[in-house]
Design a protein around this ligand. Structure first.
Ligand code: AMP
Ligand code: ZN
Length: 470
C-alpha cells in the first residue's frame, strides 16, 4: 500500500516519497495575526493536522514548520488603527491562535518562525535575486521580482503568463490573477507604514508577504524540501511567488509536493473576514459547541471538495461523538474474561481499511465509515454479552491507534463532565429535593435532560449523572 496524494504541482495523484527515507519536511502557511482566525482558516489547519498525523501514523518523522505572518499590509493597518506597536498588536492574536489550536486538538508544529524575526534571511534572498537578474529596484525605491526573467512562472497555478502586461507592478500583498505583474519583494517606507520599517542596505522599508515564507521555509527545512500546503486561495499569488523567489534565488527545485485544501463555505461563498460571513472558534465555544465536534466537522470531508458550514452540522457531529464516547465507556466497563474473546483479526482488517482510505489522498469520510462500522459491530457484541475483557482492551487500543490520526476522542474522563451552569442546576435540584420541593426538583431534572444530562438517583441518596444520546 502506498500513500498517494494529489500534487497541485502537475495536478495529479502521486505516490508520496520524501527526499530522506523516513523523514518529511513539511511547511504549512500560518495565520496572519491581525485578527482572530475564523473556522474557515481552521479547516485548513485541521486538515494539515490530519495530514501530519497520518504521516506520523505511517512511521515518518515529520519536521513541521508553520510561520506567523506578523508583518504585512493588514497587520500594519491594524496596529496603526489601534495606535499600538506592531508587536503589541500582533501578540494578542498570536496568543489566541495558540490557544485555539490547542482547543481543536491540533498537534503543535516544531517551529513557529515569525516574519519580523527573519528580516536578514529575507535580505539574503533579495541579494541572490538581484545577482541572478531576477529582481530590480524601481524608481519608487521598492525591489520587484522580474517575472519575465523566470520563464516557468505560473507552473503551480497554471496562469497564462502571456496575460502579463509589460511594466505591470504590484506593491500590495494580495491581488487577483487578472492583476498579474512583477510583485514587491521589498517595499520602501511610505506614510501608510507609520513607524514600522527596517533600516537596511536597500533603504528604509519592509518585506513583501510572499518573501517571508520563502525565507522561513528554507531556513528550517532546506532549499529543497518535501511538502508545502495551504488553502487554495494561497496557490496564486502567494505560493506561485514563493516558487519564483526560492527557485530564482537558489536555482534548484523548491518543493516536491504541493497540497491545497478547498474552502469552508457559507451559502455557496467562501467563509472570509472580508465577506463578514464567518464564525471564530470562540463564537462557537460561546454557543456551547464541543470543540472536538467542530474539529470532526472540519476534517470529515474530502479536503479537495468545498465544505458547507452549518450549525446543525456541528450538532449532528456532537451526537456522533457522544456515541463514540459511550462506546469507549462501555468497553472500559467490561470486566469479565471470556473464552475465544480476541477480536484481533477484525481490528487488523479495519485498520487496513482505514489505511487504504487514507492512502487514497486522505479520504477521511471513507476512513471514518470503517471506524463506525467497527463501533456498530462491537456494540452489538456487547449488547449480546459476547465481548470479554481481552476483546474490549483490543478495541480500546484500536480506538487509540485510529484516533492518533483523527484526534476526535477524549480518552480522559472529561468529555462527560458537567459545565459550570449544569453543575449549578444539579446543586439547585439537590437543594430542592432536601426541601421536599418536588416540583422544582422535577423542573430542574427536565432542564438538565434537555441538555442531554440524565440524573440517576442512587439508593444511598446521592446522585449520578449520565449523558443521554441526544
Ligand atoms: P490567512 O490568515 O488569510 O493568510 O489564511 C490562513 C490559512 O487559512 C491559509 O492557508 C488560507 O488559505 C486558509 N483559509 C482562509 N479562508 C479559508 C476558508 N474559508 N476555508 C479554508 N481555508 C481558508
Ligand atoms: Zn506562506
Amino acid at each position: 500500500m502506498h500513500f498517494k496524494i494529489h500534487n497541485s504541482l502537475g495536478n495529479k495523484l502521486e505516490k508520496f516519497k520524501p527526499i530522506k527515507n523516513g523523514q518529511v519536511g513539511l511547511y504549512t502557511c500560518g495565520p496572519t495575526v491581525y485578527n482572530f482566525a475564523h473556522i474557515g482558516n481552521f479547516r485548513a489547519y485541521c486538515w494539515e493536522d490530519i495530514l501530519k498525523r497520518y504521516l506520523i501514523f505511517l512511521g515518518f518523522k515529520v519536521n513541521h514548520v508553520m510561520n506567523l505572518t506578523d508583518i504585512d499590509d493588514k497587520t500594519i493597518k491594524g496596529s496603526i488603527r489601534e495606535k499600538t506597536t506592531l508587536s503589541e498588536f500582533t501578540q494578542k492574536y498570536k496568543d489566541a491562535f495558540f490557544e485555539d489550536i490547542k482547543t481543536l486538538n491540533i498537534l503543535p508544529a516544531d517551529f513557529y518562525p515569525e516574519a519580523t524575526q527573519h528580516i536578514p534571511e529575507m535580505i539574503q534572498i533579495i541579494d541572490k535575486l538581484l545577482k541572478n537578474n531576477m529582481a530590480y529596484k524601481s524608481e519608487d525605491n521598492c525591489i520587484y521580482f522580474s517575472i519575465k526573467n523566470f520563464p516557468t512562472y505560473g507552473k503551480l497555478s497554471n496562469i497564462n503568463i502571456k496575460k502579463l502586461k509589460s511594466g505591470a507592478r504590484i506593491k500590495q500583498d494580495e491581488y487577483e490573477k487578472d492583476g498579474i505583474g512583477d510583485f514587491a519583494l521589498w517595499k520602501a517606507w511610505d506614510e501608510d507604514d507609520g513607524t514600522i520599517f527596517w533600516e537596511t542596505k536597500f533603504g528604509k522599508g519592509r518585506p513583501g508577504w510572499h518573501l517571508e515564507c520563502s525565507a522561513m521555509s528554507s531556513k528550517y527545512l532546506g532549499e529543497t524540501f518535501d511538502l508545502h500546503t495551504g488553502g487554495v486561495d494561497n496557490k496564486f499569488p502567494h505560493h506561485e511567488n514563493e516558487i519564483a523567489q526560492s527557485e530564482g534565488a537558489n536555482k534548484k527545485k523548491f518543493v516536491n509536493y504541493w497540497m491545497h485544501c478547498e474552502h469552508l463555505m457559507v451559502n455557496g461563498k467562501k467563509m472570509s473576514k472580508s465577506l463578514g460571513n464567518f464564525y471564530t472558534l470562540r463564537d462557537l465555544i460561546e454557543k456551547k459547541m464541543n470543540p472536538l465536534a467542530i474539529r470532526y466537522v472540519l476534517i470529515n470531508s474530502q479536503y479537495r471538495q468545498p465544505l458547507n458550514f452549518t450549525l446543525d452540522g456541528i450538532e449532528d457531529a456532537q451526537k456522533t461523538l457522544i456515541g463514540l464516547q459511550r462506546f469507549l465507556e462501555r468497553l472500559r466497563e467490561i470486566e469479565k474474561l471470556k473464552e475465544n474473546d480476541s477480536i484481533n483479526e477484525f481490528v487488523i482488517q479495519t485498520t487496513n481499511n482505514f489505511s487504504s482510505a487514507m492512502n487514497n489522498d486522505l479520504n477521511v469520510p471513507q476512513a471514518t465509515k470503517h471506524l463506525f462500522e467497527f463501533v456498530r459491530k462491537i456494540n452489538k457484541l456487547i449488547d449480546d454479552d459476547d465481548l470479554g475483557k481481552i476483546g474490549a482492551n483490543q478495541a480500546i487500543n484500536f480506538l487509540k491507534h485510529i484516533d492518533s490520526v483523527l484526534g476526535i476522542i477524549d480518552f480522559t474522563e472529561a468529555f462527560f463532565e458537567l459545565n459550570d451552569e449544569q453543575e449549578e442546576l444539579l446543586k439547585q435540584r439537590e437543594l430542592a429535593r432536601k426541601n421536599k420541593d418536588w416540583k422544582t426538583a422535577d423542573t430542574l431534572r427536565n432542564e438538565l435532560l434537555k441538555q442531554g444530562i440524565e440524573i440517576i438517583d442512587q439508593k444511598d441518596g446521592s446522585t449520578k449523572t449520565k449523558q443521554t444520546k441526544n
